[in-house]
Design a protein around this ligand. Structure first.
Ligand code: RIB
Length: 346
């Protein structure tokens, strides 16, 4: 197996120059760097990252805890993370918690054992990560959803503003019986979406009937269960804000089973936009989150945390809130009482 000496000899440079090229040091002249790269390729030489890690006490690897890799929302975030990590010479270890707090804890232990330089956390609703990590002054950034007690570095969407805008969209169409299927309320995004919804109703002078507030958990089954409760209500809502992609699929199943047409009988607006939102009938009105940008900015923030902590300063915690986009399609329309003002049972 070729060594660093073989590379230096073939490229006609010193060992130090080869080492600088491997470590991405900018001071190497491009002409020499090209010769070193050509020699490494010709000799099929790959630096020993484990040995290097022991020497510089950094592995150039970060860990990412994802609550559910099967959810396309997180796939978008992961793509943003990986692209930014790669452009800075970092490897990424993705761990799927599958919404299981025990698995999340096991994954955290694995990441520590692998001596990752830092971690990006999309937590389950058990807040394991926070308990494990914050005490250790370990470089970390939370993404998308954060435990209410966590005030460290994070990149999230403007969930409050998004829910407020979505609810105002219903109000603008003339809806007065507006309901919500919430996400997990022990996570910031679930709670902020509910509060944005409440604020829009309050500002429009519309009541929020208790039974029009159905508590879900972001997952499909809860969307179905909560959807049935809303649609079976003696005075069903004419509009439903559903706070995640998977719950919206569950809600659509409930509507299909009850033969309730959308948007004629009930308008629906779902959080998270995906290819299927354009391809279901009716095409779905959604709140689109900047998934890839969320992942990219979280990785950039983590790199700042890693650098500052390795330089012995804990540095300022940062929080970035990204704007969302309301994508209006065909699943939201004025309610029947607006389209056909004949007296209706209320
Ligand atoms: O299921 C996806 C949802 O959960 C998204 O709205 C995202 O915010 C995540 O927390």
């Amino acid at each position: 197996m070729a060594t660093i000496r073989d590379v230096a000899k073939l490229a006609g440079v010193s060992l130090g120059t080869v080492s600088k090229v491997i470590n991405g040091v900018d001071s190497v002249r491009p002409k020499l760097a090209k010769r070193v790269a050509a020699a490494m390729e010709a000799l099929d030489y790959h630096p020993n990252q484990v040995a290097r890690s022991l020497k510089v006490r950094r592995t150039q690897t970060i860990g990412v805890l994802v609550s559910d890799v099967a959810n396309p929302f997180f796939t978008g975030v992961m793509r943003g993370i990986e692209g930014e990590a790669r452009s800075h010479g970092y490897s990424v270890i993705f761990c799927d918690s599958n919404e299981d707090p025990d698995l999340e804890r096991t994954n955290l232990d694995t990441l520590f054992a692998r001596r990752v330089d830092g971690a990006l956390i999309i937590p389950t609703n058990a807040h394991t990560a926070e308990q494990h990590l914050v005490r250790r002054r370990f470089p970390l950034v939370f993404i998308d959803r954060i435990p209410p007690s966590f005030n460290g570095s994070a990149v999230v969407a403007d969930n409050f503003g998004a829910a407020e805008e979505a609810t105002r969209h219903f109000i603008g169409l003339g809806h007065k019986r507006i309901s919500i299927i919430t996400g997990t309320l022990t996570l910031s995004n679930g709670l902020d979406r509910l509060e944005g919804f409440r604020k829009a109703l309050q500002q429009a002078g519309l009541p929020l009937h208790d039974e029009y507030l159905q508590q879900g958990d972001f997952l499909l089954e809860s969307g179905y269960r909560c959807g049935l409760k809303l649609l079976q209500h003696p005075v069903p809502p004419t509009a439903i804000l559903c706070c995640s992609n998977q719950m919206t699929l569950g809600l659509m199943r409930a509507m299909r089973e009850m033969s309730i047409s959308c948007p004629d009988r009930v308008s629906i607006l779902g959080f998270d936009d995906f290819d299927w939102a354009e391809n279901v009938n009716p095409r779905l009105t959604t709140v689109a989150q900047p998934m890839m940008e969320m992942g990219k900015q979280a990785m950039q923030m983590l790199l700042r945390r890693i650098t500052s902590i390795h330089e012995g300063v804990y540095g300022e915690e940062e929080k970035v809130v990204l704007k969302t986009e309301l994508r209006v399609r065909d699943s939201t329309a004025p309610p029947l009482e607006v389209l056909d003002p004949a007296p209706h049972e209320v």
